[in-house]
Structures are given as structure tokens and as C-alpha cells.
Design a protein around this ligand. Structure first.
Ligand code: NAD
Length: 340
């Protein structure tokens, strides 16, 4: 490959995603780095004759939310494809065995997406320490009687608390870093990360049982895998301290919703949920109505201009490719066994 190789590129993403993720600066950089051909508009599917004609020429794909799986049939229609630069987090929905077998380079913007989730989680932990979302709910019924806050005041605050992080993932590690600014003890459960790395982040590696029994706030950051399905079911939730808060910004399926409903309905546990199972929850779910549950509609990850940070990551990876250099955030089939 020559140093200033300019590959033919095709953008594959949902229509609504493209203008959000590619502003004038990102488009200009893309045009400098790659040949978008006579029709630079993105495609949102890869099966129509028009999309297939463009896929046939493409050497690289710039993908984002809505890119269909690059399966055997679609790959057969992409004989020149060498690289996929993903402008979002997980590539799980687009990769396939055939893609790995072809040795196609795949990169992710999960590091960039981790940042807003870590910010959101840190805010949620601080709010959980003061039970802010739940006291805010109660304010609606207490109006001028703010003395209700004194009833639980002794248990409020963010000093000398224990925060448990499940998964020392990109996000989990960033949250641990931010927790250094609080006077708290941080415990981490991640069977795939050694204790020294966790200790270097000012936290202590523990088993899941110790984390659950010791933490005032438990925040979930493990990926959705067969091995993590319902990793927090009734027996695990039962280990959590009375009055503890569960924060889930990872994936809903890691928590057994029915078991969580029971623990929150009894008032024993509180919850801050950015993700649920199913997602969204059915209209009749009790979790919508409980005063000790805060639900946000999967907003912790990149939104609005935050998503451009992910496009810039993909463009950096494209630039490295055009210079014949290794990727910085490459995804491998082996890594997919433990990553989001
Ligand atoms: P990542 O790929 O960096 O996570 C991998 C980590 O999880 C590794 O450290 C691995 O050792 C650990 N892990 C694997 N199995 C585990 C287990 N059984 N118990 C504990 N740890 C385990 O993940 P990430 O990019 O930081 O994402 C973390 C989670 O956040 C994922 O579930 C992801 O889907 C989710 N996410 C949510 C949003 C949102 O908008 N709410 C946005 C981005 C990511």
C-alpha cells in the first residue's frame, strides 16, 4: 500500500445517525482520506441492487448504528473489502465468522463511547449517595414539608461509602478513576483483570459475593454475554445491603428484572436504570411507578455532539489505514469473548 493510499469508502448507517455524527469538519476529513465516489450519501441497508453496486467497489466501510450484519452473502458482494471503521461502540451486531475469516480489519469507537457513560455513572453514584433521585420524587408529595429528608439523613452522603463496580471494563475503569475524587472505598469484581491493575486504579479486586455484601452502591459495567445473563438474579440481589442502590448502565439482561422488581417494591433496594430487560419495559412495569427507582431511556452513551467523538475515532483509524499503520482500537474475534 502506498503512503497516501485513498481507498474507496462506503458509509453504512441509519439515515438519522449520519447528520448527527458527521458535521462539516468530519466530512471534509473523510473526503480527504477516502474516495466516496459519485454518490457520497450513506446507505442504511446492503441488499438492494443500488447498495450492492456500491458495496462491490468499497475497500473500506465507515459504519455506525443501523449497519446490518456483514454476513457471508453481503461479504461475497464486497470482494475488495479490507477494513470496517465503526463509529459506535459494540461491533457485535455487525461482525460474523466470515468477516473474521477474511482477516478484515475492524475497529471500534468504544473508548470514546465509554467517556459519557462513565460521566453519567459518576453522577449517578454521587446522586445515589444522597438518594437524590428518590428524594426528588418524594418532594412532589411533601411540597412545603422538607423535613422528610431528615428521616434518612444519617445514611446520606458520599464520604466513607463503599462503591462496588462489576466489570473493570473501559467504562468501569473510568468510573474507578473518577471515584478517586471522593472519600470512598472502591471494590471491583472482574474475573479477567488482575488485582494489580485494579489496585493501580485505587480500587480493590474482590469476588462478587464480597462486593455485593459490602457495597452501598453497586454499579454494573460488564458486557452482555451468555455468561453474564442474569448475573444479578434473586440470590445475588438478596446479598446486597439494605438500602443499597443498584445502578445499571450496561445491559438490562445482566439483571433479572422480576427479582429487581421484588427488591425495589419491598423498599429494600433502590435502583437507577439506564438499561432494562426488556427495553423499554412494558407499560405496566412496577419499576416505572416506584419512588425508589429512577429510569432513563438508555441515554448514558454518546448523544448529539458526543457521537462526533466516535466518528473522529473512526477517521483516525481510517487515516492509520491509509498510511499502512496498525489500528489503535482494533477488535479481534478472541477479544469478543469478554468485551461488550
Ligand atoms: P468492555 O468491552 O470494555 O468490557 C469488558 C470488561 O468486562 C472486561 O474487563 C472483562 O474482563 C469484563 N467482564 C467480562 N465478563 C465479566 C463478568 N462475568 N463479570 C465481570 N466482568 C466481566 O465494556 P465497555 O465498553 O466498558 O461497556 C461496559 C458495558 O456498558 C457493556 O455492557 C456495554 O454494552 C454497556 N454500554 C452501555 C451504554 C449505554 O448507553 N448505557 C453505552 C456504552 C456501553
Amino acid at each position: 500500500m502506498s503512503p497516501r493510499h485513498r481507498p474507496k469508502a462506503l458509509l453504512v448507517m441509519q439515515d438519522r445517525v449520519f447528520p448527527e455524527q458527521f458535521g462539516p469538519a468530519e466530512l471534509e476529513r473523510l473526503r480527504t482520506l477516502a474516495d466516496l465516489g459519485p454518490d457520497p450519501t450513506p446507505v442504511s441497508e446492503l441488499d438492494s441492487p443500488a447498495a450492492r453496486a456500491r458495496l462491490a467497489d468499497a475497500e473500506v466501510l465507515i459504519t455506525s448504528w443501523g449497519c446490518p450484519r456483514l454476513d457471508r452473502d453481503r461479504l461475497a458482494a464486497a470482494p475488495h473489502l479490507q477494513a470496517v471503521f465503526h463509529c459506535a461502540g459494540t461491533v457485535r451486531s455487525l461482525v460474523s465468522d466470515e468477516l473474521w475469516a477474511r482477516g478484515i480489519r475492524v475497529t471500534t469507537a468504544a473508548e470514546e463511547n465509554a467517556e459519557p457513560v462513565a460521566q453519567f455513572t459518576f453522577a449517578a453514584i454521587v446522586f445515589a449517595g444522597k438518594k437524590a433521585p428518590f428524594l426528588a420524587q418524594a418532594a412532589r408529595s411533601h411540597r412545603e414539608d422538607w423535613a422528610y429528608k431528615h428521616r434518612s439523613r444519617a445514611q446520606l452522603g458520599n464520604v466513607d461509602r463503599t462503591i462496588g463496580l462489576i466489570g473493570f471494563s473501559r467504562i468501569g475503569a473510568r468510573v474507578a478513576q473518577r471515584l478517586l475524587s471522593l472519600q470512598v472505598q472502591t471494590l471491583v469484581y472482574d474475573p479477567f483483570v488482575d488485582a494489580d491493575r485494579i489496585a493501580a486504579a485505587g480500587a480493590r479486586r474482590v469476588e462478587l459475593e464480597e462486593l455485593l455484601t459490602s457495597s452501598d452502591v453497586v454499579s454494573v459495567h460488564a458486557p452482555q454475554l451468555p455468561s453474564t445473563h442474569h448475573m444479578l438474579a434473586a440470590p445475588q440481589l438478596a446479598l446486597m445491603r439494605d438500602g443499597a442502590t443498584l445502578i445499571n448502565t450496561s445491559r438490562g439482561s445482566l439483571v433479572d428484572t422480576t427479582a429487581l422488581e421484588a427488591e425495589c417494591a419491598s423498599g429494600r433496594l433502590d435502583a437507577i436504570l439506564d438499561v432494562t430487560d426488556p427495553e423499554p419495559l412494558p407499560a405496566g412495569s412496577i419499576l416505572y411507578d416506584l419512588p425508589n427507582v429512577m429510569i432513563t431511556p438508555h441515554i448514558a452513551g454518546s448523544l448529539g455532539a458526543e457521537t462526533r467523538m466516535m466518528s473522529r475515532r473512526a477517521l483516525t483509524e481510517l487515516a492509520l489505514y491509509t498510511e499502512g499503520l496498525p489500528a489503535e482500537e482494533e477488535v479481534t474475534s478472541e477479544a469478543m469473548g469478554v468485551m461488550a
